[in-house]
Design a protein around this ligand. Sequence first.
Ligand code: GDP
Length: 297
Amino acid sequence: MFESLSERLGGVFDRLTKQGALSEADVITALREVRVALLEADVSLPVARDFIKRVQEKATGSAVTKSITPGQMVVKIVHDELIRVLQGDGPADALKIDNSPATILMVGLQGSGKTTTTAKLAKRLKEKNGKRVLLASLDTQRPAAMEQLAILGTQIGVDSLPIVKGESAVQIAKRAKTQASLGGYDVLFLDTAGRLHIDEVLMDEIQAVRDIAAPRETLLVVDGLTGQDAVNVATEFEAQVGISGVVLTRMDGDGRGGAALSMRAVTGKPIRFVGLGEKMDAIEVFDAERVAGRILG
Ligand code: GDP
């Protein structure tokens, strides 16, 4: 999917570039193909429409149609517009860990890569920023998930809150906060429970945890391969919990640009990081320039 978007855009612009002079009709025809490509890459319809409309307005101006290499001009306009949408108001900042201990609430559906991402970010903060990090799993429904976080913690040399059976998520969150303060930790990650689908019980629990934990950041982890579903999940979490940013995982696969584009345009929330594999180092700060470059090919 991701490749077909690049290929199609490449094909369209090859043709435009070769023609030299460009009429308004040429631009419209070319952008129709771009629109189809965006839709195939799972960009939502309103986002694709809006995107094409803005590019068309900019591309059909006389300066463009009379320029020597109009094809290149259109490529640049599409590129700049991609950056604008992907980046929003500015580049994604680093994590806000300015108060100590800073709590980072990790939310998302089961299987999205939440626990893996929690450990990846903890490792990053420890190694790049020299921070003391504490991990705590609140997934009381799935003891295996709690153990998974503890195992990853050991693997990356980061402490995790001892598991106490029978506690509620809110009780664990309270204990984690106390432990983080007493233990002199800089950052506390709370890895909340995931479910296969968004349900009321899950949202109620996350809201209760959020109110107790007063997180500095609430990061939503979504599977980048799920396209429009990922955008719907983000919209729902933003409405019910409030999120400060998104981590798109599995962008190493056939990673479509579409999810990133729609995500930013629909939710208005910045994509902060992208997951690029299963290994603990496979995470990068989201780079709009790189994603736009990959989309254009
Ligand atoms: P959770 O249920 O949301 O906590 O999901 P997990 O963290 O357990 O991840 C589910 C699976 O996805 C695991 O096998 C992870 O190794 C894998 N995974 C997580 N992030 C990525 C990623 O960015 N790329 C790839 N290829 N796999 C990932």
